[in-house]
Design a protein around this ligand. Structure first.
Ligand SMILES: O=C(O)CCC(=O)c1ccccc1C(=O)O
Ligand SMILES: [Mg+2]
Length: 322
């Protein structure tokens, strides 16, 4: 049983280009950095980076939770954080894990074996951007769909597939923004293209799970659930209802890392780990989980650095002040 001194601070970070999805534009990432210090003075950092439009708690709920905690907390308190606050479960539990770690370096290891998927800008800009990312070494790309008119997007897809080297893999992410007819059109097109389309991510809204299950049987192109499995409770539910294609796991919002590990060890799911646009603190903890739990060589969706300015020192300054 350990006691920790607890401190936190909220942050705001502007994207250099907005993240455009079928939900609209996202321009500023807001989150919370937290610090736990044990009796011996060992420090662990954690990050709470909710995405409420995706199914996690809101930043306000996370801040309220942090404010009502005492300045001294125990691991019991951390393990009893409500399932309604999945991003908080991740932030506190990963900070606690860091305090308990054996020494620097141990956590860096697994990450070197991961391959990364780069997020392309939505729309036509993808046709230009992929090349820079290819030169940086990326071989898997993700493009957002369901943003513009479908006819226009299907044209861009054909151009993109034509231009990408044949060894590249492409993921299409609809963020739940397609109608059933559009989903059929996308999946049918992907089946016919005979290109390296790795999967279509979350074609339909969360409520239409059974339709996605049908589509996953009907088409050869794989489907990955994302919004449908945003939290561990949803993930467990979709698995129980028979989902056996791909699961996108965003460690930053899925909930308790230890319960996620337990689930992944009990069920051999095909998982793709993905970023929530967290800072280096959350990213480190998320990638550690990805390295431990990834199977089937799925690239992790953490190739998102080009959405932020380079050489950012604000995080170090924030940590120094905390
Ligand atoms: O998964 C990736 O490759 C990049 C991350 C990403 O797309 C994303 C980032 C923040 C919020 C939602 C999403 C998403 O997958 O829909
Ligand atoms: Mg997605």
């Amino acid at each position: 049983m350990a006691d920790y001194k607890f401190k936190f601070r909220s942050y705001q970070r502007k994207f250099v280009r907005s993240l455009t999805t079928s939900h609209g534009n996202w321009d500023i990432r807001e989150g919370i950095i937290l610090r736990l210090t044990d009796e011996t003075g060992k420090v662990g950092w954690g990050e709470i980076a909710p995405i409420s439009w995706f199914g996690s708690e809101t930043l306000e709920q996370a801040l309220n939770f942090c404010h009502q905690l005492p300045t001294e907390i125990t691991d019991e308190m951390i393990f009893s954080i409500s399932d309604e606050l999945p991003a908080c479960q991740f932030g506190f539990e990963s900070a606690m894990g860091e305090v308990g770690e054996q020494g620097a370096g141990s956590r860096e290891q697994g990450e070197t074996y991961l391959t990364y998927s780069a997020l392309l800008p939505a729309g036509e800009a993808a046709l230009e951007q992929w090349e820079t990312l290819w030169q940086q070494g990326y071989r898997t790309f993700k493009w957002k769909i369901g943003v513009d008119a479908i006819a226009q997007e299907l044209e861009i897809l054909k151009l993109l597939v034509h231009r990408l080297p044949s060894s590249a893999k492409l993921r299409l992410d609809a963020n739940g923004g397609l109608s059933y007819e559009e989903a059929n059109l996308w999946l049918g097109t992907c089946d016919r293209l005979q290109a390296n389309i790795e999967f279509i991510e979350q074609p339909l809204p969360v409520e239409q799970f059974h339709k996605m299950l049908e589509l996953s049987v009907f088409y050869a192109t794989a489907i990955a659930l994302d919004e449908s499995v945003a939290t561990l409770k949803q993930l467990t539910n979709c698995y129980a209802k028979g989902w056996r294609e791909i699961f996108v796991i965003k460690p930053g919002i899925v909930g308790s890392p230890s319960r996620l590990c337990k689930f992944c060890q009990e069920h051999e799911i095909d998982a793709v780990f993905s970023s929530v646009f967290e800072t280096a603190i959350g990213r480190q903890a998320a990638l550690q989980l990805a390295a431990a739990l990834s199977r089937q060589n799925r690239a992790v969706g953490f190739g998102i650095n080009h959405f932020f300015a380079k050489e950012e020192t604000w995080l170090q300054n924030l940590c120094k002040d905390l």
